[in-house]
Write a protein that binds this ligand. Sequence first.
Ligand SMILES: [Zn+2]
Length: 324
Amino acid sequence: MGREGRGEYRIGAVFSNREIIAGVVDSRHRVVSRASLALGAGCDYRETARLVADCAGLAARGLGIDPDRCASVGVGCPGIANRETGEVVYSGPMVWNHVPLGKELQKHFPAADTVAVAELAGCTALGEALAGAALRCAQVVLFQFGAGIGSGVVIDGRIFGGKYCAGARLGHCTIVSGGKTCTCGRKGCFEAYASLEALAEQAREAAARYKNTLLGRYDALTISPSEVMDCARKGDRAARRVISQYIDYVSDGIVNAVNAFRPEIVVLGGTEVKFWKELLDEINSRCCERYYGAALLPVPKVVLASLGVDAGLIGAAALGEAGN
Ligand SMILES: [Zn+2]
């Protein structure tokens, strides 16, 4: 295959410690083919790079093209990924320290003009800015809620990561001085109070304390965010108190990010989309009361992510575009 027509397609891939997803993305930022492969626990960076190439090959052939037809390859990795050097400085989920993932990937994609590695939530934020909920917004802050809180910041259409791409870690901004211990080892981080795991813990504590409530009838060991929401919807006071406090934590984290970056929009993503949809009005309302300069200027809207995993694929693929 000649080089004519290259630029029409790019490969974007994302991975966790469970699976790799690769997509072929067209010049209009649409995922036109995708594939996934399971990733075994403890997979090292060499094996991961090989599997990314296998997965990209599956996605390309699903479209009926050779992977070499794609102009560039971008990979979104959980952790601190230095885009300038291709080094993954640290990845908790992968248990990696200082691994040259970018260089390893280049061996598998010799025909690509660029092979880039960047942090996953940054790629996701860029994808939402290019084709999703933050379309045409130059400044975007995105939060990914799950067991932890991932965050991505886009400024003037580019992922912002600061020096070594180690910045924009909004889940690790302190919201309670000396508070609960976070996964990062520090105390009082946003993540320690506002991740879905933190909400489940808050619900477990309330269920154990208020046994004669709807919430108290659930198994305190296994209660989930959607079950707390179910109880709150039915008017259970213990559940409503948990949710109201949780919205406060979430709002504090959002307001801190907005006061730092003043994005045009804040995007909330991750799992449990239905749950977030129900909280959105209240989150917007409480944030509006707290933003700096809220009385003087229009404030950013907090919205739901719209692309799911495709946002990461689109953002990763766009790492190869000029200007990104
Ligand atoms: Zn932390």
